[in-house]
Design a protein around this ligand. Structure first.
Ligand code: P5A
Length: 437
């Protein structure tokens, strides 16, 4: 992408409605714009990052054996009346009446709808287990939407649902997703702490929140320091293995919210306890027959007997993750994208656009990188070098490749790593080789 043509409305000033760094940087970097309280338009740069995160989430769901489908955002109220949640959900649910006076709603989650799809299609124990997921916009009329995409009213969630014949099989499905979540967050460059949680309005008796540490997080947490140092995925099992030992180990590490933390009963010496703030990026639930029973999701068991299926649901805040990654990785100059989610891998900076020499070399590098499948943001604008560096730092592209008239004379370009500010002067060929390695 040539920056001269890119729709990238960056801001020099810090917008004063933004209280936390990720919100400020997303606005300044031209990633999002608010259209109503807690509702955002995703501009091209923001959408690119959102899609990258979505892709990693999708790949890990697929690897874990879940199958993707897509349910609508608008749901009939009837299903929620059957589960008994229509009234419970209260004002957080956006209720809609269609032209025929039918009660509809904008889905805050999809337990009812997936159970309806399942009960109409699956009739035999032979079709179990099944895990289904989608990545779809949700709406929750949060009383206090804030912090940009972190607590929006409209937000993108990956929600998966598992269906099993008995509690032991359902526990395996739960553990499977638990492992998939640790893998997903690790690929996003995040260290997520699994913490036993309340099930809230989703219901059930087994639940974990996945929390990443960030000063601006909404949840206060206490965590065993060992977890932060532990490379938990190094010897992790593969899907299909018995996950019980891994699960027992990973959930045996002490982690609690500040309301739940009790220093008197915690086993841990004070220096082994990290007290921090965190952001909930995922939440998983095992709730047994809470929805399958009222909605009648019943299959024929091995002896023909009716079995009400055991269910779990598993959420990841995909749009929240964009903010969470920024909270975890930025500096005073702007965002520092982990390679896995970066909207572009390379920012190519032409220090003197219009100069025949730098233009020719930049265009050559631009094409060569693109030909190898590298996404490049080429700053070909007629701007001062300072402004170009400031924008590239703000946007957070992991590698900056700088071409200027002085370097050109001695046959070198500069390759800079955004995160470490490490710089190397190299021949254009060596720089390319480095970037394509
Ligand atoms: C699990 C999947 C559920 O809704 N039903 C389907 C279950 N869980 S949850 O904890 O309520 O939400 C899952 C994740 O979605 C993100 N999230 C939000 N992100 C941005 N703005 C919001 N207002 C918001 N509410 C929830 C969180 O990451 C949460 O873990």
């Amino acid at each position: 992408m040539r920056m001269s043509a890119f729709f990238l409305p960056t801001l020099k000033e810090t917008p004063n409605e933004a209280q936390i760094v990720s919100h400020r940087l997303m606005l300044r970097a031209g990633m999002i714009r608010q259209t109503s309280a807690g509702i955002y338009a995703w501009l091209p740069l923001g959408l690119k990052v959102l899609r990258r995160i979505e892709r990693i989430v999708r790949e890990e769901q697929d690897a874990a054996g879940a199958q993707e489908l897509l349910m609508p955002t608008i749901q009939p109220a009837e299903l929620w009346k059957q589960s008994g949640r229509y009234d419970d959900y209260g004002k957080e649910m956006l209720r809609i009446v269609d032209r025929h006076d039918r009660e509809m709603l904008y889905g805050p989650t999809n337990e009812e709808m997936i159970t309806d799809i399942f009960r109409n299609a699956v009739k035999s124990y032979r079709d179990l287990p099944k895990s289904l997921y989608h990545i779809q916009w949700k709406f929750r009329d949060e009383i206090r939407p804030r912090f940009g995409v972190m607590r929006g009213r409209e937000f993108l969630m990956k929600d998966a649902y598992s269906f099993d014949l008995d509690p032991a099989a359902a526990r395996r499905s739960y553990q499977n997703m638990f492992l998939a979540y640790l893998r997903t967050f690790a690929r996003l460059g995040l260290k997520a702490i699994p913490m036993q949680a309340d099930t809230g309005p989703i219901g059930g008796d087994l639940s974990h929140e996945f929390i990443i540490l960030a000063e601006t997080g909404e949840s206060g947490v206490f965590c065993d320091r060992r977890w932060l140092d532990l490379d938990v995925l190094r010897d992790a099992p593969v899907y299909g293995d018995d996950l019980e030992p891994f699960f027992t180990q990973a959930t045996g590490i002490y982690a609690a919210t500040d309301e739940k933390h009790d220093p008197a009963t915690s086993p841990l010496p004070a220096d082994q306890l990290v007290s921090a703030r965190g952001i909930e990026v995922g939440h998983i639930f095992y709730f047994g027959t809470k929805y399958s029973k009222p909605l009648g999701a019943v299959v024929a068991g091995a002896n023909g007997e009716p079995v009400t299926v055991e269910m779990g649901s598993y959420g990841i805040g995909v749009s929240r993750l964009v903010g969470a990654v920024i909270e975890a990785s930025h500096d005073d100059a702007g965002i520092i994208w982990p390679d896995s989610v970066a909207p572009y891998q390379v920012g190519l900076v032409n220090l003197k656009s219009g100069d025949a020499g730098t233009d020719a070399l930049c265009v050559d590098l631009y094409h060569k990188l693109q030909a190898q499948g590298t996404e490049v943001l080429y700053d070909d604008r007629d701007e001062r070098p300072g402004a170009k560096f400031a924008d590239m730092d703000l946007i957070g592209v992991p590698w900056q490749l700088v071409v200027g008239p002085r370097g050109l004379k001695s046959g070198v370009v500069e390759l800079k790593r955004r995160g470490t500010a490490e710089k190397h002067e190299l021949s254009p060929e060596s720089a390319l080789a480095r970037l394509l390695a």
